[in-house]
Design a protein around this ligand. Structure first.
Ligand SMILES: C[S@@+](CC[C@H](N)C(=O)[O-])C[C@H]1O[C@@H](n2cnc3c(N)ncnc32)[C@H](O)[C@@H]1O
Length: 222
């Protein structure tokens, strides 16, 4: 990270916080009030935004919506801050940490679209339960999403597709679209992320999956 990026982290990140989210800032896990973040605007969430290319693209294309991006990788956060400054974007808030902290404090049904783009693949079989597409993560996401709203997943890992198709529909979401054809076509408002470009260079094929939050009740443990 260069000096300018360090200065941006020190000076700009706090002003783009959606509110107290980490355990240090919010030990009682008091819920955030979405109205204090973006007024009555809809809020879209991107989990693990990496360098922030897709988040910036969506925020520019949808200036009337609010966006929360979550990313623990500090260099990625610094890259996003540079893009926000250069593009003059004012509808993104950033949580520089684990999305599970955010799930704790987001009210139920506060998010109207979620993007999970090239989540960490955890390729070893014994690590598959660490993937995002497992009930512990998915039910927490389902709780904060509004009914009939979209959850998009992109991945280049064949086995991640398998696990997604097996686990996501059991946790409050219905698959939409035609699997055979649709899975290979990017969304109309798509922009390739850094990770997707790398996957293509290395000969892996992207897959695009869309789900809709259905009316399934959240199990009590979540
Ligand atoms: C393979 S990278 C993809 C980055 C970006 N979405 C892209 O397509 O270029 C996965 C990203 O997810 C982030 N990530 C992993 N676990 C996370 C978590 N629990 N909460 C938020 N982000 C997470 C990682 O830090 C990493 O930047």
């Amino acid at each position: 990270m260069n000096m300018i990026q360090k200065v941006r982290l020190d000076t700009q990140l706090a002003s783009l916080s959606p509110g107290p989210i980490s355990y240090e800032e919010n030990p009682k896990r008091t819920p955030l009030d979405p109205n204090t973040i973006f007024g009555s605007k809809e809020i879209w969430l991107e989990i693990g935004f990496g360098g922030g290319e897709h988040l910036i693209h969506q925020a520019k294309a949808n200036p009337d919506l609010g966006f929360i991006g979550c990313e623990p990788f500090v260099n990625g956060v610094a890259m996003l801050l540079g893009k926000i400054e250069r593009e003059g974007i004012n509808n993104i808030r950033i949580y520089p940490g684990d999305v599970r902290d955010l799930f704790d404090v987001l009210p139920a049904r506060s998010i109207s679209k979620t993007f999970l783009l090239y989540p960490d693949p955890w390729p070893k079989k014994r690590h598959h339960r660490r993937r995002f597409v497992t009930p512990d993560h998915l039910w927490c996401l389902a709780r904060v999403m509004q009914e009939n709203c979209e959850f998009r997943i992109a991945t280049d890992i064949e086995d991640y597709v398998r696990q997604t198709l097996s686990e996501v529909p059991d946790c409050g979401f219905d698959l939409i679209g035609d699997l055979k054809e649709g899975m290979h076509q990017s969304w109309l408002d798509w922009v390739p992320t850094r990770y997707e470009k790398k996957a293509l260079r290395e000969g892996r094929s992207p897959r695009y999956l869309s789900f809709i939050r259905n009316g399934a009740a959240i199990p009590e443990v979540f």
